[in-house]
Design a protein around this ligand. Structure first.
Ligand SMILES: [Zn+2]
Length: 352
């Protein structure tokens, strides 16, 4: 059966560099489609890797890195096949928005359905057409405009020991100082990819409304090193040890977000604003915190003489992310903290 999302290149033909488009019906009944550029670079035998960014339109770090990848790499450098979608949510990216113009959050659209709105139809294409063709996935996020998150690659702690170890090693190949574990909701992109047994590496590359040059470099070096680690891009992968760096630190932010599955909310919901007002951060993402320690305080513009309301750290560990926009509403998520965990403990949980 043909899918309503069509592709102008033959995805099964992995040879050479081919650039085309996914055409997503807008569902308006007049044949109008959204065009999503897609590029495949393939050569000889090796794994097939999906590289994607721009699930959230305002997260540009990954989008730029994937654009650079498809511009710079040539088939002779590849063993296997790279399927790259630099900007999934094209209209959200142009609008500098996390969400689609319809309000859809594409990382809550999975597994998707054929009779749903366009975001769910596209998710269904990923779930049923794209994912089955690939063995590994690199899906790049950041804090976008709304959050500053410690620059890192991260993962969900899947139950299968072989898959967990492969995902851990893929995550580590980004060579960031910090990594963290999180709990995805049932309707997240990684959840469905993992259920199909894929090795998926995801990232949070900063955020907060601008991308420093060093962050572009981290995105590029990490992306290409993970591709080398997967064996699809030529060259030996580098490690933190070979770079003379200390081992990365891993933090556990699982269970930080029990409400994700019910509310479709996000990482920052571990710590919710106790009041509305203007947020003054007291600690930067990447700094250690003690449970109960004030990590921020909220001032009241409508009550200038009132003392600020303090926001205590939810646990002891590392502040992983903080809201980047000072104006906050009571009850909205503003921060999250991870507790240290070793890679050995992470693997031992499932006997890996
Ligand atoms: Zn994102």
């Amino acid at each position: 059966m043909s899918h309503p999302v069509t592709c102008t290149i033959d995805l099964a033909d992995g040879r050479g560099k081919q650039a085309g488009e996914l055409k997503l019906p807008r569902g308006t009944g007049d044949g109008d489609t959204v065009a999503i550029p897609i590029v495949t670079v393939g050569n000889g035998d090796g794994p097939t890797v999906l590289v994607s960014a721009g699930t959230h339109g305002d997260e540009y770090e990954g989008q730029v890195a994937v654009l650079r990848l498809v511009a710079e790499i040539e088939p002779a450098q590849v063993s296997g096949r790279i399927i790259a979608i630099p900007v999934i949510s094209t209209e959200a990216s142009r609008a500098n928005s996390r969400f689609w113009p319809s309000g859809a959050n594409f990382n809550r659209s999975f597994p998707g359905r054929l009779d749903g709105p366009p975001d769910e139809v596209l998710a269904h294409f990923f779930t049923t057409v794209l994912f089955p063709q690939v063995e590994m996935i690199i899906e790049m996020h950041s804090g976008g405009n709304g959050a500053l998150i410690v620059p890192c690659s991260h993962m969900c702690a899947v139950d299968d020991p072989v898959q967990r170890k492969a995902m851990l090693e893929g995550m580590e190949a980004w060579n960031t100082d910090v990594h963290f574990l999180y709990t995805p909701g049932d309707n997240f992109f990684p959840t469905i990819a993992q259920e199909q047994g894929k090795t998926i590496v995801t990232t949070e590359l900063g955020g907060g409304g601008r991308v420093p040059a060093a962050m572009h470099e981290l995105a590029w070096c990490g992306l290409t090193n993970v591709l080398r680690h997967f064996g699809v891009l030529e060259g030996e992968p580098v490690t933190r040890a070979s770079l003379g760096l200390p081992p990365a630190r891993i933090y556990d932010a699982r269970g930080a977000d029990e409400l994700i599955t019910t509310l479709g909310s996000g990482l920052l919901d571990q710590v919710r604003a106790p009041a509305s007002g203007l947020l003054e951060g007291l600690v930067e993402p990447g700094e250690p915190v003690e449970q109960g320690q004030p990590i921020a305080r909220i001032w009241a513009p409508d009550g200038p003489t009132r003392p600020p309301v303090e926001v205590p750290a939810s646990r002891t560990g590392l502040l992983l992310g903080l809201r980047a926009i000072p104006v906050v509403e009571e009850g909205k998520g503003i921060a999250f903290v991870g507790e240290p965990i070793t890679r050995e403990a992470l693997l031992a949980e499932v006997g890996a």
